[in-house]
Write a protein that binds this ligand. Sequence first.
Ligand code: ZN
Length: 323
Amino acid sequence: MPPSAVTVVAGDATARYGFASGHPFGTDRQEHFLRELSAQGLAGAVRVVAPRMASDGELALFHTPAYVDFVQRRSVRGDGFLDGGDTPAFKGVFEAAGAVVGATLVAVQALMSGAARRAFVPIAGLHHAARAGAAGFCVFNDCGVAVESLRREHGLRRIAYVDIDAHHGDGVFYAFEEDGDLVFADIHEDGRDLFPGTGAREESGRGAAAGTKLNLPLAPGAGDEEFLSAWAEVEAHLERFPSEFILFQCGADSLAGDPITHLRYSEAAHAHAAKRLCAIADAQGHGRVLGMGGGGYNRRNLARAWTAVVRTFLDGESATIHG
Ligand SMILES: [Zn+2]
């Protein structure tokens, strides 16, 4: 694979997405990742592309126009919260959140045009935002916008969304709960112990979509071994429902040592998932895998887990945790 086959979308506009005053989702996260990518000698092997702002029309592919207006107004005032108390407004939050969506759409475009074979966007995968509201540090749901864009602007039908962040991807799950063409698989810390409280195994899709969603909650303290057992079910699910594009939310807050969750994976879990998703995407004939950084509040963990994903995208032979 030529070096330019992996695109990373990152720049000043996405670095501005983050919250002040010691909030775990600070604006320094992207920089920690980029420094690790350089330190491991991979910065020159990927094509780094700048993000762009999403248009109002693109935001409205997923979000209600009323909610887009609400964020725009709060962004001018810059005070208060966009939800019940987890996601503060700040001056410029509309532009910063719009750049996250734009960054993911740049990655979508790179994959759909054939300019890239895999893509990674560190500040992305904001999986808690709903169509009409912010939640859990997430203002706009770039994953949801990507799904709608792939369908309406690129003509795809069945898309897979795989999420290994410690938190359940509720914003994606409930937006597509009755949509059988969104194949969903999510391994997360049990909702009885962690925000947002959802994602029980029984939640498997509704109506015509019944069975297309796979939720695999793990007990607090679960490590690589428990992850690998659950991961086998994810692979079987993706093989049962072949797709035309794989969205991969690889939140690093599932690694041991995260300050706000209780899972204990190593970054080898992220590398394993990335490697297997690339193999599945190739076997299903399209090869398109878009990695989105998601959560992760221990800076060393996010830098290492996301770099492990990019390394795997570059090199299909990357180490896995199988014996
Ligand atoms: Zn998370």
